[in-house]
Design a protein around this ligand. Structure first.
Ligand code: IMP
Length: 435
């Protein structure tokens, strides 16, 4: 390969987990390189259905190395819960390594996430309240605590002692809320340190060594490009650094840009968003409800993996998809959830926006402009057939083929994989993603 990035092209929840699960077969290493417990994917395989937030979707291949790198912020309790859940379901996790440079989500991050959202009132961002963005903010403010600090009892105590004073001042004096107890935090995190110890290592050296040997490395993105702090729908974005776009993968694992040989963008066949913020193709009517609830029977309806919130649903936004394809330098697209579109009389794709009477083909920079953008649609005849058994492009109804070809032409990127259901085998490989 050697290094391939799998990135979400929309606002997250595109189905990256199942694409990583597929691509992991051809990889020696699978590394999750950004975000925190705010992310979540669902994977369905021979062992059942799994919801993962931190551990790479490649964990189901026991012969692959799985890494959580320094680009991720880790809530140790959530990670230990995920580890035990996998162990209890007989998944071999001995090949998991977590970076000693990764930052920790601390109890004050979760509390500040909640309090900040309350303070924002009508301007709330709709965060996941997992403490993820506050942990990234502290990382950049240079007041974060890293896994390496957690492993050094004395250093950890010193850090907590200094930082907690400031955090408690913020919590009590600014937010008028209850202070956190130092002793309880120490007790809890010292237990976490024991649980995590055997997984801690230098993930950067592992990746760099594999790269120098020409091994195949899969870099697993979290969230979606439109949630990126610089290029997303600011301020309705996440605070993760490195960026939630493909370029962030190099920073998040510690590789140079020349090591990346392929970028695979994952898009849903329609648009979803959780949390607040502009969404020009949102359907606030029964059509949106239909998109959200199509998967109720098989447990794939559009409700958040992390928070359970109903996802906002709408038609595929070709303006944002083209933007995202360029932003990430996509070589290939994996289009997911085509099966959800079966049973619609008519399907739409947004091909441009109208803003103040002007037609535009790329997203505007400001919240106000994006929020007032009127989607201009191209209409497509739908299909009634169940596509979940299709395994070749030609097995798909003609109207579905026309719809897919339009997405390829709008993004100018070939659609190489199409998923038609949650199970591993429910996919059409139009062109092999790897040689
Ligand atoms: P935060 O990352 O929890 O601060 O949330 C900021 C915004 O990103 C909110 O709109 C969240 O709903 C959204 N967000 C964060 N992680 C994900 C994800 O994995 N999928 C979809 N949306 C997400």
């Amino acid at each position: 390969m050697p290094a391939t990035v799998i990135i979400g092209g929309q606002w997250g929840d595109e189905g990256k987990g199942r694409v990583v699960d597929y691509a992991a077969k051809n990889s020696n290493i699978i590394a999750r390189y950004s975000a925190g417990t705010n992310a979540g994917h669902t994977i369905v395989n021979d062992l059942g259905k799994f919801s993962l937030h931190l551990i790479p979707a490649g964990i189901f291949y026991s012969d692959k190395k799985c890494l959580i790198t320094h680009g991720v912020v880790i809530d140790p309790l959530k990670l230990l819960e995920e580890i035990s859940m996998l162990e209890n379901r007989n998944v071999d996790i001995r090949n998991l390594t977590i970076s000693n440079r990764a930052h920790l989500i601390m109890p004050w991050h979760r509390i500040i996430d909640e309090l900040e959202e309350k303070r924002r009132g009508v301007n709330a961002i709709g965060t996941t309240k997992t403490g993820t963005s506050p942990a990234f903010i502290d990382k950049v403010a240079r007041s974060g605590i890293r896994i390496a600090d957690l492993m050094d009892k004395e250093k950890f105590r010193e850090k907590i002692n200094t930082i907690l004073k400031d955090k408690n001042d913020l919590i009590t004096k600014y937010f008028d809320s209850e202070p956190l107890n130092e002793k309880l935090i120490l007790q809890e995190y010292e237990e976490h340190a024991i649980g995590l110890l055997k997984f801690v290592g230098d993930t950067m050296s592992i990746v760099q060594e594999a790269d120098s040997k020409g091994e195949n490395i899969l870099l697993e993105g979290a969230q979606g490009s439109l949630l990126d702090i610089d290029t997303g729908s600011y301020p309705y974005v996440t605070s993760a650094v490195p960026a939630s776009i493909a370029a962030g993968a190099c920073i998040g694992v510690g590789l140079g840009p020349k090591s990346i040989s392929k970028v695979i963008g994952v898009f849903k066949s329609y648009q979803t968003r959780v949390g607040e913020g502009p969404m020009p193709t949102e359907l606030k009517d029964s059509m949106g409800d239909k998109l959200r609830n199509q998967g109720l029977e098989d447990g794939t309806a559009e409700y958040g993996t992390t928070t359970g919130r109903p996802r906002r649903c709408g038609w595929f936004d070709g303006v944002l998809a083209n933007y995202s394809a360029k932003l990430n330098g996509m070589d290939s697209i994996a289009l997911t959830r085509l099966d959800t579109l079966s049973g619609f009389e008519e399907i739409k794709i947004c091909t441009a926006y109208e803003i103040d009477g002007q037609i535009v083909n790329s997203p505007p920079a400001t919240f106000d402009e994006l929020n007032s953008s009127k989607a201009i649609y191209e209409d497509f005849a739908g299909w009634q057939e169940d596509v979940s058994e299709a395994r070749q492009f030609n097995d798909l109804p003609k109207n579905a083929q026309i719809f897919i070809n339009k997405i390829a032409s709008l993004t100018d990127v070939p659609i190489d994989m199409i998923s038609v259901g949650p199970k591993r085998e429910q996919a059409i490989i139009v062109k092999k993603l790897f040689d």
